[in-house]
Each structure stands twice: as structure tokens, then as C-alpha cells.
Design a protein around this ligand. Structure first.
Ligand code: ATP
Ligand code: MG
Length: 560
């Protein structure tokens, strides 16, 4: 409902460091408030995704900034769908992102008695009634956006009758869906949420913490403001779809009899291009075995991003950069890639790995000889030191780095062309061998001993520098290259996406031997190929598996 105030809120948005939420809070702090408390309230019906990270960073971040506290509260009033596996994963993810709820871990289900007591209070004050309309009838009575609703024929039941029926609902006397408890507000309100909303429903279902104790459950719009007020939350930050529910939130707070008066503030959900951001849809991918679980490295879940090798610092930086506004929009996924690269570029060792190998033989290099060359671990961060890498007669380079008939501006290896091998020598291609299908199988070169890297050689220049590995000492590993798991589908007006058939490419690669010591979860830059992380779960016939976290910014690719 766009009213004047909301338009002001929208235009008052200040960007990431000073967004509109800060303006609200500062005004509140100026008026009467001496502290600020927030909460992150996930429903334990799936794993957290990067959209949740935005909410986590915002809630914990605001509390920290204003010297307040942020609670972790499981919104687990819904009996059927929830699971302790999800509770544990959510705790792990929030911690991993770098946030601490200290001793403030709460479960909405631990307030079941409180919701019930408040419902009784409302009935006694004539503000709630038991209604026997079924779902279909209730819809008819509710009216529409343009027509007012009609009072339920059960609206004028006496307090005693309501108390009796509600207690019998609790005692399990009635079937699911046969009765509800409704707040008595205003069936003619222009806001449909205020038209005597249901606040309790009957559900004979087992709950993951309270078992079969309850067969009536409070609705979200009734329970959430009570949870906030009970915990002394001052600012209840939620996503835009709750904007029209705010009057009901305020009504429940005002009529609950609780002292605290939390305030609801809405912000826009995070959406990212080519990314599914709904637990329900992510759960379907897991259940249909279309991905390797919730932590499949292609998933936008926190656990998927972690397994892929993304750092919590990169995710927090991303959440900071996207800012907070009231306008729903999609952030380009390349911004997340940028944040990931930016965080890793000075932290990781740069090693040489060849993903698509082509054998190179240095004809004039002594057979059986191996020499060790010193190479810096990260040209952008000399604190990471240097290491020794073996060079010998047989090497691997990337297949793409050789062209039999080079196109224009191809500065890599080609017949009679000279390139530098990173950290080693200039080599010149003198010959190549092809198989019966016309594929190049071997490239022959000569090297120039004068051109050893770091020797001060000031002679001729070469345009290309290639990465390489020594064939004899290289470590064989599996590399998993990821592309967007989903593709935006412009033909689908509902916004549904399609799975990208090329979202995973597996290749056998050769890596310099220093990688042998790498631990699970350790991150590297593979020179010219991107950032990689040792997979924490899988290995391939005893060999390491590397997930590509993110590619480097694309460089020149020759036309095929
Ligand atoms: P989903 O649609 O993915 O199931 P949800 O809102 O049902 O999300 P909850 O577990 O209820 O998931 O979310 C916990 C908190 O995270 C809520 O406060 C919600 O507003 C917030 N949140 C969920 N998705 C996003 C998102 N894409 N961007 C920002 N905040 C989000
Ligand atoms: Mg929800």
C-alpha cells in the first residue's frame, strides 16, 4: 500500500552505509529509546541461502553498530515441516558468517503458553472470537480489495461461549479446519489483513519440540509480534511482503498486554540474477536429486557457498555493497563474483595448474634433469613468500595456449613463436605432432638458458607468458568448474528459472607438486584459471578434488 509516508521512505534511501533503516533508528534513539535489539528469525524448514545472509548481516550489524543485541530465534510455530537438521545447519551457518547470538538462542515454540494466554485475554476483552466458517466460506465473507467484507455470523458469540469453544479446540475436540480463532477488528477495513484475521487454527500434528502437546497453533501474524515483544526486540526488520501486515503487527502488540512495543520495518528481499532464492525451490532440487545436496557448490545456500570455497568475508562485503532499500530488484551475480575475487586476491597462494593439458617437450633440455626455480607465492602480496617449483624436459601447458595457425593477436605458443614460461625460460616452438584425427598431441620447443627468470636478461621481448607444470612431478587431480546453476528464463512470466545443463564441468588436471600438502577447504589461485578450493567432501580415486570458486575476469579467448 503505497502511501505518502512510504514514498518518503523510498526516496529517503541513502545507500549501503546510511540506509533508511538508520534514519528510523536514529530518530527513535533521539526520541525515547536507549537501546536497540533486533532478531534473525529463520523458519527451520530448509538451509539458509545468501538472501538470508543479507538479513543476518543487517540484523546483527545494526545491533552491533548501536550497542544492542541480536537474537537468533527459530520461527518454529508451524508443526509439520520443521526439522532439527535444519536447526543445526542454521546455527552453523550464522556462526560461520561471523555472528554470535551468545546466550540468546530462542525458539518461538517455547512461547506456546504465552500465545495461548494472550488469546484468552483477547477473548475476555471481546477482541477475539471462535468462528465456524470453513476456508471457502471465510474467503467469501472476506470481500476483495474493492469491496468490503461481511461480518461472520459467529462474530457476536458471548465471551463465555468463545472461552468454552477455544478451550475445547485446545483439548482436541474438533477436527482440523472446522473452527478458528479470529481477531475481531474490522471487516470493512481497506486492508484485508485487518478483516478479522485468523489467529489460531486447529492442526492435529506433531511438533518437533512440543510433540503432541498442542493441536492448535498460532498464525504467524499473531505469533511474530508477540515473540518480538516478549524478547524486548525494538526493531523487527522483515521483508517487503509484510508491509501490508504492519497494521496487524501493531494491533497485536498494542492489544497483547506486553510492555515492549517493537516496531516493524520492511526492506527489499535480495534477488540475484540466475539464482533461485526460495527454500521451497531449493528443497525441490535437493529432493529430486538434481544437485548433490544442500551444500552442492552450485547452490546459493550458505553451506553450498562455503563448500565451494567462498569466504564469509566476501559474503559480508557483498551484503554491505548491495545496501538496503525498499525497492525490490535483482543484483547482478557478477557483483558477488567481484567480492569473492576481491577478498581472495591477496590471501591465496598463486599456483600453476593445467586444466586441459597439452604435452610440451623441450628438445634441448637434458633428459632426466630437474631443476628448481624460485617463484613468488602471490605477486600482489609479498608477505606470502616464495616457493620452489620443478622444471624439466617434459611439461604440460593449456591446450588453448597453442595454435597451429595463430589468429591475429594470439600472443601464445605457435610454430616459430616464442613465449615465456612463467618463472622459467623463453621457449620457442620448433615442431608439433598430430594424431590420426588431426589433434595436436605434442609440441616440441627449444629453450634459451640465458632467459632464466630473474637472471636480469634484458634481451628480446616476448608478448605472452604461459603457466605450465612439469609432467614428471605434477599431481593429478579433479577440477570441478561451475557455471550458474539456474538460468533466468525470459519466456516465463512467473519468473521461474531453468536448470543450466552446463552448470558443472569436470576435468582432470595437472598441478604443481606443492599442492600435495593442501588441506581440505584450502584455497588457491590457479594462475590464469581462477580461484579454487579443495573440496571438503569428495576425492577422486584418492586424488584431490578442486572446486572452482570463481573464474578470473575473462581474458582474450581465441575464436574457434
Ligand atoms: P524463503 O522464501 O527462501 O523460504 P523465508 O522468508 O520463508 O524465505 P525465513 O526462514 O522465514 O525464510 O527467513 C528468515 C529471515 O530471512 C526473514 O526475516 C526473512 O525476511 C529473511 N529473508 C529471507 N529471504 C530473504 C532474501 N532473499 N533477502 C533478504 N532477506 C531474506
Ligand atoms: Mg518465512
Amino acid at each position: 500500500m503505497a502511501d505518502e509516508k512510504n514514498i518518503k521512505e523510498e526516496t529517503g534511501e541513502l545507500g549501503s552505509t546510511g540506509n533508511f533503516i538508520h534514519s528510523y533508528i536514529q530518530a527513535d534513539l533521539g526520541e525515547k529509546l536507549c537501546r536497540l535489539n533486533t532478531r534473525f528469525p529463520p523458519e527451520p524448514n530448509g538451509y539458509l541461502h545468501i538472501g538470508h545472509a543479507k538479513s543476518i548481516c543487517l540484523n546483527f550489524g545494526l545491533a552491533k553498530m548501536y550497542g544492542g543485541k541480536c537474537n537468533l530465534r527459530f520461527d518454529d510455530t508451524n508443526p509439520s515441516k520443521e526439522d532439527t537438521e535444519y536447526v543445526e545447519s542454521i546455527k552453523e551457518d550464522v556462526k560461520w558468517l561471523g555472528f554470535d547470538w551468545e546466550d540468546r538462542l530462542y525458539f518461538a515454540s517455547s512461547y506456546f503458553d504465552t500465545y495461548y494466554d494472550i488469546a484468552i485475554k483477547l477473548i475476555k476483552e471481546g477482541k477475539a472470537f471462535v468462528c465456524d466458517l470453513n476456508a471457502e466460506e471465510m474467503r467469501e465473507y472476506r470481500g476483495t480489495l474493492s469491496t468490503p467484507g461481511k461480518n461472520s455470523p459467529y462474530r457476536d458469540r458471548t465471551v463465555d461461549e468463545n472461552l468454552d469453544l477455544f478451550q475445547r479446540m485446545k483439548a482436541g475436540e474438533f477436527a482440523d479446519g472446522s473452527r478458528t480463532l479470529r481477531a475481531k477488528i474490522d471487516m470493512t477495513s481497506p486492508n484485508i489483513n485487518m478483516r478479522d484475521p485468523v489467529i489460531y487454527r486447529i492442526a492435529h500434528a506433531k511438533h518437533h519440540t512440543t510433540g503432541n502437546k498442542w493441536c492448535i497453533y498460532p498464525m504467524y501474524d499473531f505469533a511474530h509480534p508477540i515473540e518480538d515483544a516478549v524478547e524486548g526486540i525494538t526493531h523487527s526488520i522483515c521483508t517487503m511482503e509484510f508491509e501490508d501486515h504492519r497494521p496487524l503487527y501493531d494491533w497485536v502488540v498494542a492489544n497483547s498486554g506486553l510492555k515492549a512495543k517493537p516496531r516493524q520495518i520492511e526492506f527489499a528481499r535480495l534477488g540475484i540474477t540466475n539464482t533461485v532464492m526460495s527454500k521451497r525451490k531449493l528443497r525441490a532440487l535437493v529432493e529430486d536429486n538434481l544437485v548433490d545436496g544442500w551444500d552442492d557448490p552450485r547452490m546459493p545456500t550458505i553451506s553450498g557457498l562455503r563448500r565451494r570455497g567462498v569466504t564469509p568475508e566476501a559474503i559480508r562485503d557483498f551484503c554491505e555493497r548491495i545496501g538496503v532499500s525498499k525497492a525490490n530488484s535483482k543484483v547482478d551475480s557478477s557483483l558477488l563474483d567481484y567480492c569473492i575475487r576481491d577478498d581472495l586476491k591477496e590471501k591465496t597462494k598463486v599456483v600453476m595448474a593445467v586444466l586441459n593439458p597439452l604435452k610440451v617437450i623441450i628438445d634441448n633440455y637434458p633428459e632426466g634433469q630437474i631443476e628448481f626455480l624460485t617463484i613468488e607465492n602471490n605477486p600482489e602480496n609479498e608477505n606470502l613468500g616464495t616457493r620452489e617449483i620443478p622444471f624439466g624436459r617434459e611439461l604440460y601447458i593449456e591446450r588453448d595456449d597453442f595454435m597451429e595457425e595463430p589468429v591475429k593477436k594470439f600472443f601464445r605458443l605457435a610454430p616459430d613463436k616464442e613465449v615465456r614460461l612463467k618463472g622459467a625460460y623463453f621457449v620457442k616452438c620448433v615442431d608439433f605432432v598430430k594424431d590420426e584425427n588431426g589433434n595436436v598431441t605434442e609440441v616440441h620447443c627449444t629453450y634459451d638458458p640465458e632467459t632464466k627468470s630473474g637472471s636480469g636478461f634484458e634481451g628480446r621481448k616476448v608478448k605472452g607468458t604461459l603457466h605450465w607444470v612439469n609432467a614428471e612431478t605434477a599431481v593429478k587431480a579433479e577440477a570441478r568448474l561451475y557455471d550458474s546453476m539456474m538460468l533466468d528464463n525470459p519466456d516465463d512470466s512467473s519468473g521461474d528459472m531453468i536448470m543450466n545443463p552446463n552448470s558443472l564441468e569436470i576435468c582432470e588436471c595437472f598441478i604443481e607438486p606443492s599442492i600435495k600438502e593442501a588441506k581440505k577447504g584450502e584455497r588457491f589461485q590457479f594462475m590464469r584459471n581462477g580461484y579454487f578450493c579443495v573440496d571438503t567432501k569428495d576425492s577422486k580415486d584418492g586424488a584431490q578434488v578442486f572446486n572452482r570458486i570463481v573464474a578470473l575476469k575473462s581474458s582474450f579467448k581465441p575464436a574457434k
